[in-house]
Design a protein around this ligand. Sequence first.
Ligand SMILES: [Zn+2]
Length: 129
Amino acid sequence: MGASNAGGLRSMYSDRVFLSHITSDPNLGQDKPVFFSLYANISNIKPDQTMWYRACTTCNKKVTESLGSGYWCEGCQKNYEQCSLRYIMVIKVSDPTGEAWLSLFNDQAERIVGCSADELDRIRKAGGR
Ligand SMILES: [Zn+2]
């Protein structure tokens, strides 16, 4: 966003592609990561998966429940009292050229859902489901 080059300010949409650009080229991203923007509709959020993981509040890596109490972070090599939930969400998107499944990580999912994973988990528990 807001990137500039010798020719002046670039449009923030200059790397926007259609889904077919990605789905029609199986070699895309094989050698090195590639980045682009999409403009697509979300047609489905995969319901039969865990939509978040327990994350370390310091490094955001996945933590495991400790035998005693709290959560163990392999990344920090430390036990913490608290952990936070971070989204990892699988969604289906479509545009005029086709559809594709995408993985969303915490920051993007938060913007789409409208609240944090911790909040959504609280709402779900309060609803008794
Ligand atoms: Zn950590």
